[in-house]
Design a protein around this ligand. Structure first.
Ligand SMILES: [Zn+2]
Length: 314
């Protein structure tokens, strides 16, 4: 009798679970439910926002100017992650200090790794064994693949809104195709021998590959690596020998190292302009033109072109 009762209970629970699943096929709990998507970086949050309508709350754990390589989750972040319906992170070890914590969130909620579907043969190697260069958003066509994947993942988690995600995806991808074309045209206005970008760390390798500009970072791919006097001297020699006239700061890295480079170059009798800070690893403030991915890419390219062209004329 007891055994029968147990079986009946199990069947009831199973039927109820199936019933709940059928009744609530979406990650949304009901029609009026406001979905909460928690993202790690500002770039990922912007991609998700571009795919969702206003009834979705998209939160970025990292704010403008925050360095994702060094970011450690705060107590409030853990609460936000646990309260999320969906967690989205970039992956490729960009969120170095958070990677394990993010993967372990799968036990509690839906987790999407935004770069999961990107063809690995298109990725650049990093200085670390078995890891790729994570700065893929600087090559628009790679970021388009991320947008496609995110839209499809959100569609399958929230199928009631499938058409919304697909429609937004289509519109946003068209805008990115136009952006990709414009960036290439702008870089092409720099004289070919002057298309050299020197920045604080190696964030722009994809950008360089996509838009035809040589790139050099004073620091490695991750800001966790140290910069030695030798690195500064080697870069200073390269700048003098290549007659480079402009170097660039980055918004998420302290300017100290680039000013040391400027001084090292000056000690060798050459002069470089320290150009404006580029948005390498985070978007700008929400109320600024650089507060969206598209705005940030346009701002960076405009700053690079204007600064290099002006410096060459001096
Ligand atoms: Zn970086």
């Amino acid at each position: 009798m007891k055994k029968q009762l147990l079986i009946t209970s199990l069947i009831t629970i199973t039927i109820l679970s199936i019933g709940l699943f059928i009744f609530y096929p979406s990650v949304r709990k009901n029609d009026d439910y406001r979905l909460r998507i928690v993202c790690t970086t500002t770039m990922v949050a912007d991609a998700v926002r571009s795919l969702c309508d206003d009834d979705v709350q998209v939160i970025s754990l990292m704010g403008p100017g925050v360095d994702p390589h060094l970011y450690r989750p705060k107590e409030g972040d853990v609460h936000r992650l646990l309260a999320a319906d969906v967690v989205v992170y970039q992956g490729l070890h960009l969120e170095g200090k958070m990677s394990h914590a993010l993967e372990s969130m799968r036990a509690y909620t839906n987790v999407i790794q935004a770069t999961k579907s990107v063809d690995r043969s298109l990725l650049l190697a990093s200085e670390f064994d078995n890891l790729y260069d994570p700065h893929i958003w600087h090559e628009v066509t790679l970021w388009q693949e991320v947008v496609r994947y995110l839209a499809d993942q959100l569609s399958s988690l929230d199928p009631v809104y499938h058409e919304v995600y697909q429609k937004n995806k289509q519109r946003y991808l068209e805008g990115l195709t136009l952006l990709d074309h414009d960036l290439r045209e702008q870089i092409n206005t720099i004289d070919e021998q002057d298309r050299i970008l020197v920045t604080a760390h190696d964030a722009f390798a994809y950008y360089g590959r996509a838009y035809g500009i040589k790139v050099f970072g004073l620091q490695g791919l991750s800001t966790e690596s140290d910069i030695g006097i030798k690195d500064v001297q080697n870069m200073a020699n390269y700048i003098v020998n290549s007659r480079i006239r402009a170097i660039f700061l980055e918004t998420s890295i302290a300017p100290k190292s680039m000013h040391a480079l400027e001084q090292a170059v000056a000690n060798k009798g050459w002069h470089v302009i320290v150009g404006p800070a580029l948005y390498s690893d985070a978007l700008g403030a929400a109320d600024d033109v650089s507060g969206t991915y598209v705005g940030m890419m346009r701002y960076n390219t405009h700053a690079i072109v204007r600064t290099i062209c002006d410096a060459q004329q001096k």
